[in-house]
Write a protein that binds this ligand. Structure first.
Ligand code: SF4
Ligand code: SF4
Length: 347
């Protein structure tokens, strides 16, 4: 990786340049909670000043710009001659500014499944390749456990990654286009003082406490606790609303439906993100449901995050952002569920 430093104004110039050329998305303050804490969403911005780089977290991840909740896979038309299918990758180049390390790591996990695994998705790959990603370091967010799942730092997965050194940014360059962007806005070589300041910031971030969840034995513990009553305890609270998967940066399960016009002349194939907590997630033709109860579905979500994905990719799918815990109306929080599992195992 190459490193540079960038004056604070240099980032403003870079983002304003990008706004003139492509759609730019950034963390935007949209409202305040009752306790006064701000709520942020990743939204298109019209100016650098719309972006709040000091945000703590966003309610839902930027996944939606790579995996829309609903997308059209193809359209087809029928006539007396037969039928034709049209597939279009509808996208414009974009930039996303201000992703935290957990979210960049979330994209790396999606890459493993959607860009490199057995069935790469051309729709995802097209969006990923056409999105310029600028990440930024931050202090751990409320309830986040990214350090436990090794998602608190980034060495790849984005074009630029910024660390705030007070009057300037320390910039890790992750791609050719990131390097070109740095050339355009007058970045500087890294001095010894810059390196020292950067390491000091990293030490400061690493010293901030956050929930510690040892996950290295979790795949085995999950197997040992497959029949544990804790799944009924937690699952009994689940509303099967699917919110946890929608806000999660790494949940990618989906369903496909086909819609045909009333005159049978046209049709459309739609992909919708889905959640393994939804009641019909495992229902098959004929009406049989392999996971008819809430506890089995909730258990499956944890097994995919912390066992199945580990088996396939040697790392958990979860990046520890705790968006699911904050969004769950029933108070189902991954930190507590995993701690409960580990306590159960010791009991
Ligand atoms: S957000 Fe909570 S209640 Fe809703 S499906 Fe997820 S775990 Fe269940
Ligand atoms: S499972 Fe929860 S904590 Fe883990 S990445 Fe998804 S939303 Fe974040």
């Amino acid at each position: 990786m190459l490193f540079r430093t960038l004056p604070k104004d240099g980032l403003r110039v870079l983002v304003e340049q990008m706004i003139g050329e492509v759609e730019v998305i950034g963390p935007t303050r949209v409202a305040d909670r009752a306790d006064g804490r701000p709520i942020h969403h990743f939204l298109p911005v019209a100016s650098f000043d719309d972006i709040d780089l000091g945000y703590e977290t966003t309610e839902y991840s930027a996944k939606t710009y790579f995996l829309p909740f609903v997308e059209s896979l193809s359209t087809f038309s029928f006539d007396a001659e037969g039928w034709r299918q049209e597939i279009r990758y509808e996208l414009e180049p974009r930039a996303i500014v201000g992703l935290h390390a957990c979210d960049v790591n979330g994209l790396l996990k999606l890459d493993k499944v959607l860009a490199r695994d057995h069935y790469p998705s051309p729709y995802y790959i097209a969006r990923r390749r056409n999105t310029f990603v600028v990440g930024i370091d931050h202090e751990p967010c409320d309830g986040g456990f990214c350090r436990s799942v090794h998602a608190d730092t980034v060495t790849r997965g984005c074009d630029l990654f910024l660390t705030d050194l007070g009057d300037r940014y320390f910039v890790a360059i992750g791609s050719d286009r990131g390097y070109s962007a740095m050339q355009r806005v007058g970045s500087s070589e890294v001095s010894e003082r810059d390196s020292d300041d950067y390491l000091e910031v990293r030490r400061h971030l690493a010293a901030i406490e956050q929930p510690a969840i040892p996950v290295h034995h979790l795949p085995n513990i999950l197997d040992l606790e497959f029949s544990s009553e804790l799944w009924a305890r937690w699952g009994g609270r689940c509303l099967s609303c699917g919110t946890c998967a929608m806000v999660c940066p790494t949940c990618y399960c989906y369903g496909v439906t086909e819609r045909v016009s009333m005159d049978f002349a046209r049709g459309r194939k739609l992909k919708r993100l889905y959640s393994c907590n939804l009641v019909d997630f495992a229902e098959v033709a004929g009406g049989h449901n392999f996971r008819p109860d809430r506890e089995t579905r909730l258990k499956y979500r944890y097994y995919h995050q912390h066992r199945g994905f580990v088996e396939e990719h040697d790392e958990p799918k979860c990046v520890g952002c705790n968006r699911c815990g904050r969004a769950c109306l029933s108070g189902i929080n991954p930190v507590e569920v995993i701690r409960d599992l580990q306590t159960e195992e010791r009991a």
